[in-house]
Design a protein around this ligand. Structure first.
Ligand code: NAD
Length: 370
């Protein structure tokens, strides 16, 4: 199969959907890989590195889309890319259709085969192509929080690990899922007293067994959060209710319980945020203050570390891409129920119920397009 990798053109997106090692693996299976000139530069991969792995470097993005039977991307196609999608072409990328009716209609019109990273799902309900980005965002949340606790950024001027004779920072992490655990590990690794709050007692039991001793667990209630706020330096919001807006765990009036210079990092901002005062920010202007509390609410945190994010993402997407390229999409999806969950739209028909429901559009059972 001919696989095309265009350069990502969404603002400040530096990731790329395939790294040179991935090209090598696809070539070994007999596939041809077209890389748009400069597509990997933002993640540190030169055209030369791709060429050495056997890719063909293509100057013209239109040619990549025209020749490729499967397009691999990172972000959803943007307006400029809509006319390039075509009938029967497989597009394997993050789509997040429910966030955009316009994108959903454009993909329907094109009649391409849209397989979305974010809905590939294992039998236990986990989402393997979202996990690495949650790991990145969680680890970054503690790192960014530590930075904004510095006085120059408006923080309390507290060092995460303290020093001998001076107490370390107190960190609370709301939500003990993938983001939360990764955030807590880094915060605790820096020496901070860290508490994870979650509403799932089984999860708290598990975390209590596996996490280091300077991480406490606590059942999450509004009362518990209110009690912790007066002595907390850094709050990391990492909750998720699948398919719904994030719950609001810190209301505006609760900011008054905090000391000036407390930092709040809202990782859940991509689902609307879990603090009442959160509004999405970008990497070039990441923080703002409300009532002397520093807010960091960047919606695409992994974009700041494109090398790590690209490597993490391609580690998990490549095996699925190889299956699709080798078997064709129908057989690959038939053989692998996890991958089948990724099919959102095919031949103009919406086959993922949640997307159809989001816009009150017609839903077609996936079997009808296979
Ligand atoms: N900003 C970014 O760049 C970025 C990147 C990756 C993920 N995210 C977001 O981070 C959030 C967390 O993702 P995840 O992968 O860790 O999800 P996850 O499903 O692994 O974990 C979410 C946890 O939140 C807990 N929870 C739900 N309601 C709660 C409540 N009221 N109080 C306390 N805990 C509660 C759940 O029990 C679960 O353990 C999601 O909104 C995700 O979209 C953001």
């Amino acid at each position: 199969m001919i696989i095309g990798v265009p350069k990502e053109i969404k603002t400040l997106e530096n990731r790329v959907s395939l790294q040179p090692g991935g090209v090598l693996q696809l070539k070994k299976k007999g596939h041809e890989v077209l890389i748009e000139k400069g597509a990997g530069l933002g993640s540190g991969f030169t055209d030369e590195m791709y060429k050495k792995s056997g890719a063909t470097i293509v100057d013209d993005v239109e040619e990549v889309w025209k020749r490729a039977e499967m397009i691999m991307k990172v972000k959803e196609p943007i307006k400029e890319e809509y006319p390039r999608m075509r009938e029967g072409q497989i597009i394997f990328t993050y789509f997040h259709f429910a966030a955009s009716r316009e994108l959903t209609e454009a993909v329907q019109e094109s009649k391409c085969i849209a397989i979305a990273y974010e809905t590939v799902e294992k039998s236990d309900g986990s989402l393997p192509l979202l996990v690495p980005m949650s790991e990145v965002a969680g680890r970054m949340a503690a790192q960014e929080g530590a930075k904004y606790l510095e006085k120059t950024f408006g923080g309390r001027g507290v060092l995460m690990g303290g020093i001998p004779g001076v107490r370390p920072a107190n960190v609370i992490v709301l939500g003990g899922g993938i983001v939360g655990v990764n955030a807590a590990r880094i915060a605790a690794g820096m020496g901070a007293n860290t508490t994870i709050l979650d509403i799932n007692t089984n999860r708290l039991r598990y975390l209590d067994e596996i996490l280091p001793k300077n991480i406490d667990t606590q059942f999450s209630t509004e009362g518990a959060i209110r009690n912790l706020l007066p002595t907390t330096d850094l709050i990391i919001g990492a909750v998720l209710i699948p398919g719904a807006k994030a719950p609001n765990l810190i209301s505006r009036d609760m900011l008054k319980l905090m000391r000036p210079g407390t930092v709040m990092v809202d990782v859940a901002i991509d689902q609307g945020g879990c603090f009442e005062t959160s509004k999405a920010t970008t990497h070039d202007d990441p923080i703002y203050e409300v009532d002397d509390v520093v807010h960091y609410c960047v919606a695409n945190m992994p974009g700041a570390v494109p090398y790590t994010s690209t490597m993490g993402l391609t580690n998990v997407t490549l095996p699925y891409a190889a299956q699709i390229a080798t078997k064709g999409w129908k057989k690959a999806l038939d053989d692998d129920p996890e991958l089948k969950m990724g099919l959102n739209i095919a031949d103009g028909k919406i086959v993922y119920k949640y997307v159809a429901d989001a816009f009150d559009m017609e839903y077609t059972p996936v079997e009808e397009v296979m």
